[in-house]
Design a protein around this ligand. Sequence first.
Ligand SMILES: Cc1cc2nc3c(=O)[nH]c(=O)nc-3n(C[C@H](O)[C@H](O)[C@H](O)COP(=O)(O)OP(=O)(O)OC[C@H]3O[C@@H](n4cnc5c(N)ncnc54)[C@H](O)[C@@H]3O)c2cc1C
Length: 460
Amino acid sequence: MSQNFDALIVGAGQAGPPLAGRLTAAGWSVALIERKDYGGTCVNTGCTPTKALVASAKAAHTMRQAAAYGLPPAGELRVDLALVKARKDAIVAASRTSLEAWLQQLPSCTLFRGTARFASPTAVQVGEELLEARHIFLNVGARPASPALPGIGQVPYLTSSTLLALEELPTHLLVVGAGAVGLEFAQLFRRLGAQVTLVERNPRLLPHEDADVAAAVTDILAGEGIALRLGAECIGLAQENGQPVVHVSCAHDPAPSRGSHLLLALGRQPNTDDLALEKAGLQADAHGYIPVNDQLQTATPGIWALGDCNGRGAFTHTSYNDFEIVTANLLDHDPRRVSDRLPVSAIYLDPPFAKVGLTETEVRAAGIPALIGKRPMTEVGRAVEKGETQGFIKVLVHAETDQILGASIVGVGGDEAIHCIITAMYAHQTAAFMRRNVFIHPTVSELIPTVFGELKPLAS
Ligand SMILES: Cc1cc2nc3c(=O)[nH]c(=O)nc-3n(C[C@H](O)[C@H](O)[C@H](O)COP(=O)(O)OP(=O)(O)OC[C@H]3O[C@@H](n4cnc5c(N)ncnc54)[C@H](O)[C@@H]3O)c2cc1C
């Protein structure tokens, strides 16, 4: 016997739950299927727990800086990771349980626990249940990738998910991979008191970002005593004397890195391999993503893919925006598209790195006639007052149209301040518009109009 619904939603990540809310409010009957934790990656193993840990690490860091603020030294700081974890777990649990309670009270929404697999283009199997609908929305997310590194089978290693369960501080954390996840964990564990070695194949951090961004981030991490092993080609893993070892072939330093714990932060893999996509007439691409069009429809009519599983974004804000695009098209007669959104992101180092639009490197490569404005945080009053002067604000403007092309902020408050530029860019506004605006003193944001007032030609 099958059960029929107007819509099936597979996965309760960042798009599935709000989609269930909108569809049921529109009178649809909905089945929402989740195999693990409501809220998915962001709430349980991604944004929420890591940003809670970043906050604890920042507090520890500030305590160690007491003398710099004219305060008596706080003495030796010994972090009890179990207590830090308990704080993080409470924040995560509150978020997850409130989401679950909200889902349970949605009218005409039935929650199923288990793994959904396609039985046909209009049906999925969940355990013994066969669920059918004319509309199926996939929000299945991604998981940490396990690349085929030499020796990986012989070494116990942590992922971004399992590291969150540690109750004792590693004495020496080896982090392989310097993407956003690797960088955030490296800094926060260093601040909590672990020795940290960061091993990265590329010769510099953040190879897709501008060189000055990478240099600022490198200074921040190296300045906190994180050992950086960059340009580490041919990473191999081993277990020696009960401890993990990372073998690298660095031209300048081929010695292996030894530590007490090993975190592999080598990207994420979409959860599409056990969906039986072929039964729905679908095929994942070479990276496991489900191909979609600009309105997130898959190749099979009636099936949509939202969030990390479609390869069109890898953030909570892109997954949520996918929900908005789908409901705008389905319910609001508003033809919103993925290509309408600006590329925006942040890495939650302290200070953070946030960006919107094109980088300086991309502007140069595209040959766009451009102006550039840049101000170090040492010349931002609010940053000086806070004693946090690392980094800079940088903006890029089209030399002929005055349109804003992009911005990068490495610096205190940058993750918030960038939003005035994001909003202006979304409104297709100009540097002149930014210059005329009055911002509140003293803030980091108040210097943004100043930076737009100090534009110079971008030297070729
Ligand atoms: C350590 C870390 C830190 C991060 N920090 C940030 C950040 O600061 N800002 C940011 O924007 N992004 C961050 N991200 C990324 C962000 O968490 C993801 O982009 C976001 O959660 C993706 O949401 P989603 O809706 O696509 O899927 P997910 O949140 O991954 O949800 C997918 C859900 O589907 C379920 N599921 C999968 N397959 C099935 C199936 N067959 N049947 C039933 N259920 C299934 C899963 O159990 C899961 O609950 C971070 C990620 C990590 C790992």
